[in-house]
Design a protein around this ligand. Structure first.
Ligand code: SF4
Ligand code: SF4
Length: 302
């Protein structure tokens, strides 16, 4: 039986493609973008998160429930001994306030499809469907392919939001089941890309070129991050590259925000640049103008 790991299923999503959609968040990503809004999607493994504002002062239920004795509460805040924790989830089951939660559940294809089918009427009325996001859906290729096949049997519209960092064969083998690719582009310089995300951009750009030649429908998504890719010169370079590819006309600019920073704290992971401010309206407008001058249709946001 084919299974996969998701860290969330979002119903009634209205920013993840056309119409009303169900968005599946796949756990595991080959990149580590420091601005990632979904840090719980980066590791492929189950993780324990702790929301301190939900924790009760006079409670210690989780401490006694853990068979590995991995938890302590030395200063009124739960500490997790990472060497002992096996993410069994007993503490989360015992917690009355959901201050402790396990992120990442294993799902079968049938179980996911049951969730998807609940909202079929909304997809039909709104022109919506299913969006595969993450994390990186291509990291769980067998699970992804099986879900796409089931969606297509049901006549559902499908969108994949991808970093493009995977062997091209994975993209090629699913493209006939994908109505729209959301393809993320972060930086045109390989070394800068590696510095910011942990991997070079060469495979990503090469895959985009090859995918565009297949006639697949592609919308480019650019997370606009101050100090990373918010300069006009860099945008010109990106626009020239995209203009050289067949069929690419739509670009979404996604201005950086730091609303995901609390998630890093909950996961006990440090957030690289908590002081970065969102790009100004003028910066976003300037980048938009460069892209529109090259003939692209540009929208701000998802
Ligand atoms: S069980 Fe929940 S509320 Fe109680 S101490 Fe643990 S985390 Fe806090
Ligand atoms: S590619 Fe997307 S999901 Fe992966 S680390 Fe970067 S922002 Fe996060």
């Amino acid at each position: 039986m084919i299974q996969g790991t998701l860290f969330d299923i979002k119903q009634y999503a209205i920013h993840d493609g056309p119409g009303i959609r169900t968005t599946l968040f796949f756990k595991g990503c080959p990149l580590h973008c420091w601005w990632c809004h979904n840090p719980e999607g980066i590791s492929p493994d189950r993780e324990l998160t702790f929301k301190p504002n939900r924790c009760l002062d006079d409670c210690s239920l989780c401490l006694t429930s853990c068979p590995e004795s991995a938890l302590s509460k030395p200063d009124g805040r739960i500490r997790v001994d990472q060497d002992r924790c096996r993410v069994l989830g007993k503490c989360a089951e015992a917690c009355p306030t959901e201050a402790l939660e396990v992120v990442g559940q294993s799902w079968t294809v049938d179980e996911v499809m049951r969730e998807i089918r609940k909202d079929r009427i909304f997809y039909e009325r709104s022109g919506g469907g299913v969006t595969f996001s993450g994390g990186e859906p291509l990291q769980q290729a067998e699970f992804l392919t099986a879900l796409l096949e089931e969606c297509k049997k049901d006549g559902l519209h499908t969108v994949i939001d991808t970093s493009g960092h995977a062997p091209f064969g994975r993209l090629d083998s699913i493209r006939d089941k994908v109505d729209l690719f959301f393809y993320d582009l972060k930086h045109m310089d390989p070394e800068k890309h590696r510095e910011m995300t942990g991997v070079s951009n060469e495979l990503i750009l090469d895959n985009l070129s090859r995918l565009s030649e297949t006639g697949s429908r592609i919308q480019i998504r650019v997370p606009l991050v101050p100090g990373v890719n918010d300069k006009v010169g860099h945008t010109r370079r990106m626009a020239e590259f995209l203009a050289s590819l067949p069929g690419i006309r739509d670009i979404s600019l996604l201005p950086y925000h730091n609303m995901g920073s609390q998630k890093y704290k909950n996961l006990n992971v440090s957030y690289s640049d908590p002081d970065t401010e969102p790009p100004s309206k003028d910066t976003v407008a300037g980048i938009r103008e460069v892209l529109e001058d090259q003939g692209f249709r540009v929208r701000i946001g998802g």
